[in-house]
Design a protein around this ligand. Structure first.
Ligand SMILES: Cc1cc2nc3c(=O)[nH]c(=O)nc-3n(C[C@H](O)[C@H](O)[C@H](O)COP(=O)(O)OP(=O)(O)OC[C@H]3O[C@@H](n4cnc5c(N)ncnc54)[C@H](O)[C@@H]3O)c2cc1C
Length: 298
């Protein structure tokens, strides 16, 4: 099955793209998470979303959920690891699964912190962003998971079934941290220190902290949003952001982007607005394709 529009991300940008695509009767699929967006649920009070003064992120999330449920929009909780432009369509990879779509809207958000030293240098040389995809490469080897969210704990447990030794380095703070870390398999070693550098020669061989190092064969950095270049090979970027024009078109034909991933200001309402533009641009692209195909058939 080939979708008209695949939307990667379930924050305000992705959901706004989804409702607008659906209103225009396109066959859509949305990838994201059950909570919609960690950045949304974390906001204590939001004063700049028109129509909802002093609303908490959690309340706004519930309103978004109700909205998409009323429109029969479901979210696939599969994480997309790569998006490949195949010419006439896009292939979206999630582990061993592949989804096809004629257009793609990237609405992945952005990781606010800088990458760890060595993270980008060793990407694909021992550093990965998806433990469940690359786990077989680390059978009986030593791995570290640098986790920026709660979902990373699940990936650590999964890897621990395969690896000979698993380290978990939590990069997030929350009241429930100690409780939540109890979900980790007891044989996983938790390191409560910030890593300074991922290092190696050709391949990763260790992670350095302020005063010590651990020897590892692989490092998984589990974030809400991976770098756009790692997600979509060949896409043009400007620093951490995807380059787009005023219609939210990226440098790749048929691929659009919106929200935090295309630049500042980082805001809910801007993201939702751009999500709408991206969806309408995708619709207009699909409509033009249809006309061209009809002409060719004559
Ligand atoms: C604590 C806090 C408070 C804030 N307060 C405000 C405020 O008061 N007002 C305001 O306007 N803004 C605020 N912001 C900023 C706001 O959260 C962001 O601008 C907004 O969430 C961006 O929306 P987005 O849709 O672009 O991305 P996000 O909300 O980041 O959503 C992206 C979603 O895509 C998912 N995703 C990413 N990659 C993939 C993939 N490969 N496959 C599947 N899913 C994927 C992520 O898991 C996430 O769910 C706040 C941010 C924080 C952290």
């Amino acid at each position: 099955m080939r979708y008209d529009i695949a939307i990667v991300g379930s924050g305000p940008a992705g959901l706004s793209a989804a409702i607008n695509g659906k209103i225009r009767k396109k066959n859509i699929i949305v990838f994201g998470n059950e909570n919609l967006s960690n950045k949304l649920v974390k906001a204590p009070s939001i004063d700049n979303y028109l129509g909802f003064y002093d609303i908490s992120g959690d309340e706004l999330k519930d309103k978004f959920k109700k909205h998409i449920e009323n429109m029969d929009i479901e979210i696939s909780t599969k994480k997309i690891n790569n998006v490949y432009a195949m010419g006439e369509y896009f292939a979206l990879m999630s582990g061993d699964d592949m989804f096809e779509a004629t257009t793609v809207i990237l609405a992945t958000g952005v990781e606010y912190g800088k990458p760890i030293k060595g993270e980008e240098e060793f990407l694909g040389k021992g550093v990965g962003y998806c433990a469940t995809c690359d786990a077989p490469l680390y059978r009986d080897k030593k791995v570290a998971i640098i986790g920026y969210n709660k979902e990373s704990e699940e990936e650590a447990n999964f890897l621990n079934e395969i690896a000979s030794k698993t380290y978990f380095i939590p990069m997030y703070k929350n009241e429930g941290l100690m409780r939540s870390l109890n979900d980790l398999d007891s044989s996983i070693e938790v390191i409560n220190e910030r890593p300074i550098k991922i290092q190696g020669d050709n391949l990763v061989n260790s992670v350095a902290f302020k005063e010590n190092e651990i020897d590892v064969d692989g490092v998984f950095v589990i974030k809400d949003s991976a770098s756009p270049k790692a997600l979509v090979p060949g896409i043009e970027t400007d620093g951490p952001h995807i380059k787009v024009d005023i219609n939210m078109k990226t440098s790749i034909e048929g691929c659009f982007a919106s929200g935090d991933c295309v630049g500042k200001p980082y805001s809910y309402i801007k993201s939702a607005g751009q999500g709408q533009i991206a969806a309408l641009s995708a619709v207009s692209y699909l409509d033009k394709l249809k006309i061209e195909q009809k002409k060719q058939q004559k």
